[in-house]
Design a protein around this ligand. Structure first.
Ligand SMILES: [Fe+2]
Length: 317
């Protein structure tokens, strides 16, 4: 299987590209019109949030509580901004995706702080994982782009020798609907020192080397399967790393059950209700979602909706 291949600006159609991604390949792209626009938009929001401070260095000046408070306002603003969805659609089209078939989840802004300043909660430092340990379907693709320049010591790492190779892990205890209801969206002042949330992680020692760190310019893009083993590298750069990521599924592939091979996923529930069609923000058709139901639909909240969940908790449900 071509899990040993990284394609740069490869001129192929989206169907072929998805098939290769499901076989473990990585794709890297130079900045496009919409990735440039998205990055500029994100830089502006970050600039507003930090005022005259350098966002890569602000962590060295601010108390961690204040830094987390700023992120707690900035990140939701970015995630839910209508412009963000418009840029995601533009990026999908720039790279040859069919917007009538491709569905995306809301794009996230991420920050990886240096020197373990804040590695929990709102700025979680990701241990090695597959997104498919977190109820993502086998056809999920991840898109990752830096907002500001990155370097080897603050990017993300891939561990492709775990492609299709099972790892003991704690995903058995993870149900997406329970997660939505009980653990998601904690207050930003929570989890400043430790993060007790039951996030699936490896349950055996892993071989993290050799690993692949792709350093792309702001607006450059990395595309990979959600089943790919990946992690945040320990940030020793002295600078906070800022990036954007979002996820997509292709409706035709979801309906045909195409995607990466399963190797060690034991979680329940599905994120299939989280994706919006690029053309009109409709959710995936119910019959496709139903194919991914596993009988745990009563376990919690099918989608994350803070207002509904708060109301349920108040009602003692
Ligand atoms: Fe991930």
């Amino acid at each position: 299987m071509p899990n040993d291949t990284i394609y740069f600006d490869e001129p192929i159609d989206d169907d072929t590209r998805r098939a290769r991604l499901y076989e473990g390949a990585l794709f890297v792209y130079s900045p496009t019109r919409h990735t440039r626009g998205f990055v500029t938009f994100a830089q502006e929001l970050i600039g507003e949030a930090f005022g005259n401070m350098d966002p890569e260095k602000a962590q060295h000046e601010l108390p961690v509580e204040e830094f987390a408070r700023i992120l707690g306002e900035l990140k939701p603003k970015f995630i839910h901004h209508p412009e963000s969805k418009r840029f995601v659609r533009g990026i999908i089209e720039d790279l040859g995706g069919d917007p009538t078939q491709v569905y995306f989840d809301v794009p996230k802004m991420r920050s990886s702080t240096s020197d373990q300043y804040l590695t929990t909660g709102i700025a979680y430092a990701w241990h090695p994982h597959r997104d498919t340990w977190y109820s993502a379907p086998p056809c999920q693709l991840n898109w990752w782009l830096p907002i500001l320049p990155t370097q080897s010591s603050n990017v993300m790492a891939f561990h492709p020798h775990y492609w299709g190779r099972g790892v003991a892990n704690t995903s058995r205890g993870y149900n997406y609907y329970q997660w939505n209801q009980q653990h998601r969206g904690g207050h930003v002042t929570q989890y400043l020192k430790e993060d007790p949330r039951p996030l699936p992680k490896p349950a055996e020692a892993m071989e993290l080397n050799p690993q692949i760190r792709l350093v792309v310019p702001p607006g450059g893009l990395i595309l990979f399967s959600g089943a790919q083993m990946h992690s945040s590298v320990p940030n020793t750069s002295g600078k906070t790393r800022w990036s954007i990521d979002f996820r997509t599924v292709h409706a035709g592939d979801a309906a045909a059950r195409k995607g990466a091979p399963r190797s060690d996923e034991m979680c329940t529930g599905t994120t299939m209700r989280d994706y919006f069609r690029a053309t009109d923000l409709e959710r995936l058709p119910e019959d496709i979602i139903a194919m991914y139901n596993d009988g745990t639909e009563e376990a919690g909240a099918l989608v994350y909706d803070p207002a509904t969940i708060a109301a349920r908790k108040t009602a003692g449900d």
